[in-house]
Ligand binder design. Sequence first.
Ligand SMILES: Nc1ccn([C@@H]2O[C@H](COP(=O)(O)O)[C@@H](O)[C@H]2O)c(=O)n1
Length: 604
Amino acid sequence: AQPSAAPPVSAPLRELPWGQLNFLHTTDTHGWHAGHLQEPSFSADWGDYISLAERLHEKADKEGVDLLLVDTGDRIEGNGLYDASIPRGFYTLKIFGEQDVDVLCSGNHELYKNTSSENEYYETVPDFLGNYLASNLDIIDPKTGQQRPLAQRFKKFTTKNQGIRVLAFGFLFNFRGNSNNTVVQRVQETIKEKWFQEAIRDREVDLFLVVGHVPLRTQEFASIYKAIREQQWDVTIQFFGGHTHIRDYAKYDSKAYGLESGRYMETIGFMSINGLPTGGKSNSLSIDIAAPRAARAASPTFSRRYIDNNLFSFHQHTDLNDTTFPTEHGRNVSSMIALAREALKLDKTYGCAPRDYWTNRAPYPSKNSIFSWLQDEVLPDMVLDVDRADVPRMVLTNTGALRFDIFRGPFTVDTTYTVSPFTSGFRYIKDVPFSIAKRLLQIINQEVPQLWPASQSLAFELPVRSVEASTHTVDERLLFAGGQMPLGKDHALDHDVELTPGYTTTDDAGSDGDDTIHAPIRFYRVPNALESRIGFPSATTEESKESADPVSVDLVYVDFIESYILLALKFLGTDYAERDTAVYMEGRDMTGLIAQWVQEHWQC
Ligand SMILES: Nc1ccn([C@@H]2O[C@H](COP(=O)(O)O)[C@@H](O)[C@H]2O)c(=O)n1
């Protein structure tokens, strides 16, 4: 872990359900390769994950079973370790490349900018040559101008110990927000292609492995599942998904399951399958983990675990300790991360937050909502273009622009990027009638279906993030519970200990998936967008409010949502188009505004 990371807290744990074939899964790590320095549950770093993988490989080899590592994309954008370097990703690409990942694919974030998809093409794909899969993703080669697959479309391999023949694909959901140097083919089209149709007819396969930056319960995965099942009704299929930042486990049929392993290096997913045929080895060293061999061939069994990313969990799952757990390689990568964080001055403090501000753990609006803070304090203080200073303005931003919580205490360079990693600037349309402008937010948040045909839905690009509505209310006493607690199997099962708050996931296999037994946390949904009204004439009474409304306003918005703003304006019967828009506050972006606001308002 990083030197300044919060030490992990002991907690009752569920064991890893080892099988014949085992997987470790990361997804949507978004540059959090240093781990969460302020959160004990997630404070392990990528170096610790390397040690974990190496220790579990040792165990797998000893027992003659297999272990594969999978990553399903969105490795970038969302943390100073990635976003603060020039060029972006200067350190994280190398840090990520230290892990021995068997199958990986791209997420949508790798494709927002030409530079980031070129990083994939020139660095990550070669680093993981043969393992990086791009089943429905092409790039325009910067040198030749030719469109070509970002990486190979699929791969076939045989596992080392068990001899399981695996055929793997790597997909991205039907993403449309990519820059102009990549081409994402709709999954439903890709599966009609000759290469795919031939691949799924291969009879020499024991397991289809579909990794994707795709949520588990989507048309994309449903189409791939159906296409494979049409050709092979009983071959086992294992999906690994991502994008929605949740822990999830889906059953498609008795031989097809999917796992999604959260976000931001909070979760290492563990998945195991027993009862797979081992066609790649005639006299395979088949370990009978759970069932007699004959029965295994007929019906595989599946298990999953969501490991909290901290050293307490890692030590327990490897039966090792502080001294025996870390490998030399793991330690070296932790040092690489520490040096990178130092070079980037990520711990430099801009100010100190007086309390916690939550993205989804407080209702919006409320005093603990990060969105209320942005709307009521930051934007009104900061959004002003000197050339338009006297004009009242309405500022709209997508809530997705703010990515993570602020914890009470030091607000650092790193925090700036965990909260607001994007480089989007502001644009505006001048002198929009207030009668029109005031209706926009409602339209964007209600997603009027006629306005957003399926392919253009905001829900697609601006999903409700990271939220699985919970019916539980968190016990406030437990919110900051820390310190040691008694540990033991009996305690764990009886819940006879004070539990730390954390993920309490319910999925298709029930509610015993999390490795750490936690007290539940309540998550709240937030709207797609919010609005600040700034420089409006002040009204003294309720009655005078309406007459004080301005006739027209400058309609200011973060540039990421321009196309939605223009669509919504069309829906309202206007004919505003791109030609009517212009830059507002040249050279400024949300990240910079937040950093400046914190420096000016939150002294330590
Ligand atoms: N320049 C950008 C890019 C993305 N966003 C927000 O992020 C969302 C996508 O992130 P996922 O981790 O969910 O893939 C996107 O829907 C936007 O909300 C942004 O604000 N600016």
